[in-house]
Design a protein around this ligand. Structure first.
Ligand code: AMP
Length: 287
């Protein structure tokens, strides 16, 4: 059978293409407390999309007092960014794990232009299919972080006000035995430093991603509920998946069947990309 993939020699029909190319990587960008961690949980639950948080990787090393942990701790405690070299190495090693072979959501994985350029050099210009910018005003961040508690096991963030939990409570997540704590860097003076680090570094990499045409901006207001944020992220992720598939293939991602049913391109079944595309209606609108 003739391949219907354009611009690529690998045959779509035997699945090799999909094994290599149906991975799906999205970067999550935004001030701390913007909703990246919550989004990571949602993408995992709805699309089996695993996430990588460089903050969590660093905390793992700090707790175990590894060489990386000892170097990173000073910066983290001060609310400053950890040097690019450490981040790039940590992230690159993590990406090799089999659970990320279909792609991942990068929770705060890129925070300087230098980091983005290093990833593009190491993994290809189109390493990130999309970048989602959770755009919220710093005054909302201040309020949110002061009332934020985080699970010491699964790292899920909760709001004392919205979720009705407090420091010392057991983590409400199913099957998690963790305890809710206040993170060291969620204290007022550290929060100010983290905000200023973001304001200093983000304009140039946001501009870089905008020029590449992969930046999706989600304006977040103080009264937005968690599900409203995750729904907006879901919409954006579906759009990004559609653009990616359109670049990959001229084949329809579904074929029409009887009674308006539709069938996913078999090569995409079981992939994150396939799961996202399945969430679109036959007329191309996301459901
Ligand atoms: P987070 O848990 O994402 O808020 O990250 C906690 C801290 O880890 C940050 O304040 C930084 O000190 C450090 N960190 C996490 N990710 C990065 C990154 N991509 N680049 C530099 N520093 C980072």
């Amino acid at each position: 059978m003739k391949s219907n993939i354009t611009g690529n020699e690998i045959d779509a029909q035997n699945g090799v293409y999909v094994k290599r190319k149906a991975h799906f990587n999205i970067a999550g960008i935004g001030l701390p407390g913007a909703g990246k961690g919550t989004t990571a949980q949602y993408l995992k639950q709805d699309y089996s999309m695993n996430s990588i948080s460089t903050g969590d990787l660093l905390r793992w090393h700090v707790e175990r007092e590894t060489e990386i942990g000892k170097k990173a701790k000073t910066y983290m405690d001060a609310g400053e960014l950890v040097p690019d070299e450490i981040i790039v190495k940590l992230y690159s090693d993590e990406l090799l794990k089999p659970e990320f072979k279909h792609g991942h959501f990068g929770d705060g994985t890129g925070r300087t232009l230098k980091q983005y350029k290093s990833y593009e050099k190491a993994f290809g210009e189109d390493f990130y299919d999309g970048a989602i910018f959770f755009n919220l005003p710093p005054e909302v961040v201040r309020k949110r972080l002061l009332g934020r508690v985080t699970c010491n096991e699964c790292s899920t963030p909760y709001s004392e006000k919205l979720d009705g939990v407090k420091v010392g409570d057991p983590c409400p997540a199913r099957n998690c035995k963790g305890i809710l704590i206040q993170r060291n860097d969620d204290r007022p003076e550290k929060i100010e430093k983290r905000i200023s680090e973001f304001e200093k570094n983000s304009p140039e990499y946001l501009e870089h991603l905008r020029r590449k045409g992969i930046l999706w901006e989600i304006p977040i207001t103080a009264d937005m509920k968690k599900f409203e944020v995750t729904a907006a992220v879901g919409e954006a992720a579906i759009e990004v998946a559609t653009v990616k598939f359109r670049k990959m293939s001229t084949a329809p991602f579904y074929s029409t069947g009887p009674a308006n049913s539709f069938k996913l391109n078999p090569n995409l079944q079981g992939t994150i990309l396939g799961k996202l595309l399945e969430n679109r209606n036959i007329d191309g609108k996301s459901s």
